[in-house]
Write a protein that binds this ligand. Sequence first.
Ligand code: IMP
Ligand code: MG
Length: 179
Amino acid sequence: MEKCIEKVLVSKEEIEEICQKLGKEISRDYAGKKLLLVSVLKGAVVFMADLMRNITCECEIDFMAVSSYEGTKTTGVVKFKKDLDINPDGCDILLVEDILDSGITLAYLKEVLLQRNAASIKICTLLDKPANRKADIKADYVGAVIPDEFVVGYGLDYNEKYRNLPYVGVLSPKAYCGK
Ligand code: IMP
Ligand code: MG
């Protein structure tokens, strides 16, 4: 699997530092609030698991699943696949994402959650790829800004694979043609 990675973009050690730093900031900003961490399945699950263990204020967690892709192409239309279990009314929601790319997914989710009377909605993303932004959206907490390359690992996939790599890397072209 690792021979399909051209280069490591964010190492395991860097990810650990990012989770500690963001955890500290979030703990400070949300002390005394009704924090609900909402992770977007499946890609953000690994980041959520590490980030939440660096948060020291009280919080609840929940998960949503959406898809904007059909095969390998984005349709630009977000489909809802799993809703929250917790009622977000009055909660201070922090959306936890693996990557902010076009921004279409998060812009849609923010809109949906606002209609449900959340007290506040902010975004925490491990990776920010600003070059490809299509929706008018910015993250409040960013782990690392990356160039416009397709990345895998630490939850991020290519055709459902590579999510279990402990770092974020650029996939080599030979992995795309299945060699
Ligand atoms: P959006 O384009 O900002 O709506 O991102 C939608 C989703 O596409 C992200 O949450 C990721 O799961 C996925 N995605 C975007 N860029 C990459 C990438 O470089 N590698 C793997 N998945 C990606
Ligand atoms: Mg995602």
